[in-house]
Ligand binder design. Sequence first.
Ligand code: ZN
Length: 1029
Amino acid sequence: MAAIKHRRTALERVEKFISDTYFTDCNLRGRLFGDRCPLASLSYFQTPRRIPYEEAVVQEFGPAQVGQSFGPTWETCWFKVELSIPSAWAGREVHFVWESDGEGMVWRDAQPVQGLTKEGEKTSYILTRSLKESEPHSLTLYVELACNGLFGAGKGSMIAPPDPDRRVTLSKAELVVFNRDVYELLVDLEILLDMAQLLGEENQRSFQALYTANQMVNVCDVMDPSTFPATRDLAAAIFSQRNGESQHTVHAMGHCHIDSAWLWPYEETIRKCARSWVTVVQLMEHNPELTFACSQAQQFEWVRRSYPGLYARIQDFVAKGQFIPVGGTWVEMDGNLPSGESMVRQFLQGQRFFQEQFGRICSEFWLPDTFGYSAQLPQLMHGCGIQRFLTQKLSWNLVNSFPHHTFFWEGIDGSQVLTHFPPGDSYGMHGRVEEVLKTVKNNKDKGRVNHSAFLFGFGDGGGGPTQKMLDRMKRMSDTDGLPRVQISTPDQLFSVLEKESSQLCTWVGELFLELHNGTYTTQAQIKKGNRECEQILHDVEVLSTLAVAQDKEFQYPASQLQQLWRLLLLNQFHDVLPGSCIQLVVEDALQYYTEIRRVGAQLQEKAVESMCRDLLQPEEGSTQSTLVLNTLSWERTEVISRPGPNGKETLALVTVPSMGYALVQEPLVPPQLVKVYEGEDGSITMENGVISVCMDTMGHLISLRLMDFERESIANGCANQFALFDDVPLYWDAWDVMDYHLETRKPVTTMLKPLEVTLAGGLRGSVRFSLKVGKSSTLTQEIILDAMCPYLRFQTQVEWKEAHKFLKVEFPVNVRSTSATYEIQFGHLQRPTHWNTSWDWARFEVWAHKWLDLSEHGFGVALLNNCKYGASVHRNILSLSLLRAPKSPDSTADIGLHQFTYAVMPHQGSFQEAGVIQQAYSLNFPLHVVPASCAPCPAWSAFSVSSPAIVLETVKQAEDRPEAVVVRLYEAHGSTVTAWLQTSLPVKKAMLCDLLERPVGWGLSLEKQGLRLSFTPFRVLSVLLVLSC
Ligand SMILES: [Zn+2]
């Protein structure tokens, strides 16, 4: 009989035939499951802790029922499941079905065997694929049920703060017969129906698929399985009609994005990894073609420690090339805020872990879900053995559509990496027709490349791939009308892209995400913890390396440093450092910072003790002096505070050599002391011979001048102006600040305490004032000018109690330039100060590290900070973003006391010539001051560099080589320069190495002036120094 002619009735007929809502009494879907059988028994116990299996199974279990609910949020229920499979089910496939809105893990014989998550479409554990008489029919399983969903427990919406009282319900727990032949037909029909609907009426393939599906419904008698093979043959005939040679190839790879902490705490992530990955290896047992790309060394390390049995299975599949470690980093970190050295350590810790555990490093950087990508990353990737990069987050851009999916990305130093964004704009595909069609249609590099990535598997909260996703894609492997879908690996994809790369375009500079720009500011304590702990670990490494050189007995704290670094790196995860996490995560993160500060302080103290032992024991009755240590690579002259006679802090001006120390007995006398004048109108002027500043009673800078240079820096007589903005984004509260917030600017104008002098001059002058901010917040600021210091420091304290407000401080300056400069990792870049094009105004809120600068030829003003990242320069106004107050996912975000420091530095010449970079380092790396005896002791410098363009950033012991030191330097001015590195350490041999500390090229010759190093703009060089012991 001829096929029916009405397209809509045919379509809907097929839809109803596989519907799980309509006609399940008589349709195919209703036949998916056969007989059912209740559990023999179900009992449980509940605990607030996440405990190991061994501890759980010896607890007292009480009765439990299907339909019962459990909680509250974050508790865990352990269920003991006794089951007995009816012998009448011989030859049948039997599933243990478990449906609940919590996340479950099935344990069998003391091993995890299956993750169960309704939201991740995993509700059954396959007991047998064909029940044999010899198989055990009765067995005991345990189900570990977390009282939280795949996305935590948000109250009312996903990103709302967790509901502490949420309960999860066990809605189904039973044994069923699973009709696999029905399932296969359902997948056939689903694919055909999608082809019919999505290929469109202009495509004959759509009709071929539709009429085939319609004919299948005619042939299939749902009550008579003997009709199923003939029905399947109809589908097979159409699926096996092949594509032409030019068809696009979709490289499908299993994936499971697991946020290391987000709407759930770190500890839950450990279980999420186990639930997701055990499901993957279970799938691999039955699908030898399945590949799975898996990032984040930290997550592997968690599973290695907590689930050794599962980890061993994973190692087997890694060896087989199916379970594929990718990314090379410790965690999928934020791409903007970590320092250059932190980013190096992400790779160093990650790649070393992968090498040690799996015998190879990763060859692609994998960061699909991070809120923007620093222009320094291409060079860092190269230095860590990586020339390929996969992400997709720029598809979230709110304003501009990024013009490529496959391209070369070029960093600030000129390094290029082959970059691929899966054109389907997702890392959590489900293997559907719609998604593979989008992958082809959306690809912006059509004609240049004919291959693209397709990452399938539930993500964010874990979950991963399912059997159904694989079965869908099997049908689409090579079917006319659809792209070719092949299960692939990152290496296969990038290898073919490399072959096709001759036509690819190049994108130069940062990959800025035009969204989530509030993440530079949200959760200020986390930002502060990050910056401070980066400084602490830097100093511990410098001081410990110097201690080794001075004292052969001293043990470099390599393993402690590794632990502390790993804590810091973990907190750089892309929902923690950005501040887009729940309160529980914030508490954990702050505790890790406390740990780093505590142990870091001990390690610094030990290193200093070893280095300067003889100096630190004051003799009886001697006048005390002070040991001052400098961990930066240039000489510094600064005012320090030190304990004086009778225990009172006194100020002293000191000079300390680069990366070394000096013993200070007689402090220096500055060429000019700080003078402080009070005006009749309440204004106060401070000068130190370098700069002169005048402030009004509210702490505004009405004038700021370089004293040798008759030029006013401040425009309109009103800098250090605080402004409050309404800050209500469209949805992503902790993440987003929208362009329209700029229209709600309200200057802070309520004075609580007028400006008063707190230090009347000498080595230091300072003034203080207080303001009321918003409804009930208060801000107190101390403005400090030190002798000889080229910047004015603003030590600020805010008691912050706002809701959905954004606090910034503004410096309108007398500088005209169309671009401003911002510090990034190991360098800087320019962004426009105007809003000409959509690409310009989409960057109304940007990020910077320790400084930003607005300069014209010969003059400029820089803004330095010690823990802030959000900033902007529009026209001639430099703004530093200080505090936000979002309410989701942490309703308490940023409420409380904050302390931070920023500084303003007017300068003559360029910011490079004026030393802005060095001053910003000095603000962030204070001198160490230690009471000492007054034994005669010459100042000592371990390292110095001949060129001001070169920053010697890192000095550490080489990994696994106690006899060697690694130093890392970078060119900071954006210039080509040759410099000498000098050291007083006993260097036997020196060679360049990469960021993983592997030697590259020949050794460097040691000359009288030191080591000669050549740099191109922003080049990062690492040198391995082998010491003679
Ligand atoms: Zn994520």
